[in-house]
Ligand binder design. Structure first.
Ligand code: NAP
Length: 279
């Protein structure tokens, strides 16, 4: 059987698509012809989008959007639709932040921030998208709680994939990251809940839970990080990190119509961790 990845009919939105895992996913999908909307918040991704267009002959655009801000997310989804003249087909909620800090020392803001970006962010994005897909006003200001979506029967053929983490399954160490772990556990459960709630609409919602991937989040010249890094390698049975590129290609397979994207794959958490959680 030959599997050909063809995303030429798909508009794919990737949050945090300018760097790390998000960029690798964007690159893999661009190489298969996808039209891309990539978001960033600090590091302008416009040149990255331009380079993807030039290298792969696709259309890719960058949009500034703070993932933890629901109004900004609503606006961004509207801007993406207006820019491309169509609705998003596949959304990858990838933007995330980590914090290594002892639980006893975290401030309220530290703890809140992790949830705002890692948990609320994917929720805000999913909510904006489902409202768009159902032709409801994207902004939550008009109250649509009277709309009984259980009675709507559609086969929209849309996908949401959230980049969670094995940190939502096991308490990673030796670094202390209770807020990160909890925010990822929450987003994994949130995604399962959305999958159940929206299954009859033809919307699938899944998470991937990677183990350690070499990105800015996990690599630097900081001696402490280097020491942890050796420990992380040791604790990963395959004795290495995944590269962002490997993960990007994996996701491109997962959400393709020929693989996960045919509508039955939903409510799942795909663990891809070099065996870390087997121990
Ligand atoms: N690396 C790992 O080992 C690993 C393992 C498991 C799961 N993950 C998850 O994978 C995802 C990507 O991580 P990564 O390793 O690629 O990290 P990264 O290299 O630090 O990149 C993070 C990305 O998220 C974006 N972002 C961060 N905060 C944001 C915010 N408030 N609003 C909008 N965008 C924001 C960043 O945009 P800017 O460039 O504009 O800052 C950047 O594109 C995260 O959800 C992370 O938790 C990573």
């Amino acid at each position: 059987m030959t599997i050909t990845l063809d995303y030429s009919a798909k508009l794919i939105l990737i949050t945090g698509g300018g760097r790390g895992i998000g960029y690798a996913i964007a690159r893999a999908l661009a190489s298969a012809g996808g039209t891309l909307a990539i978001t960033y918040t600090h590091t302008d991704a416009s040149d990255i989008a331009k380079a993807l267009c030039e290298e792969f002959g696709v259309v890719a655009k960058a949009f500034k959007c703070e993932a933890s801000d629901s109004k900004d997310t609503d606006r961004m989804v509207q801007d993406v639709e207006a820019c491309f003249g169509k609705k998003v087909d596949i959304a990858i909620a990838n933007a995330g932040v980590a914090l290594w800090k002892d639980a006893h020392a975290m401030t309220d803001d530290d703890f809140r921030r992790l949830f705002e970006v890692n948990t609320y962010g994917p929720y805000y994005l999913s909510r904006a998208l489902v409202r768009s897909w159902l032709d409801l006003p994207i902004s939550v200001d008009p109250d649509v709680s009277q709309v009984d979506i259980k009675s709507i029967n559609k086969t929209l053929g849309k996908q949401i994939l959230v980049v969670s983490s094995i940190s939502g399954l096991v308490a990673m160490s030796p670094q202390r990251q209770a807020a990160y772990n909890a925010s990822k556990a929450a987003v994994t459960m949130l995604s399962k809940s959305l999958a159940e709630e929206w299954a009859h609409l033809g919307i699938t919602v899944n998470t991937i839970s990677p183990g350690y991937v070499a990105t800015d989040m996990t690599t630097s010249d900081d001696p402490k990080l280097k020491e942890w890094s050796r420990e992380w390698n040791y604790r990963t049975p395959v004795r290495k990190f995944a590269s962002a590129e490997e993960l990007g290609k994996f996701v491109a397979l997962l959400v393709s119509d020929q693989q996960g994207g045919w509508g039955f794959f939903t409510g799942s958490d795909v663990v891809v961790d070099g065996g870390y959680t087997t121990l």
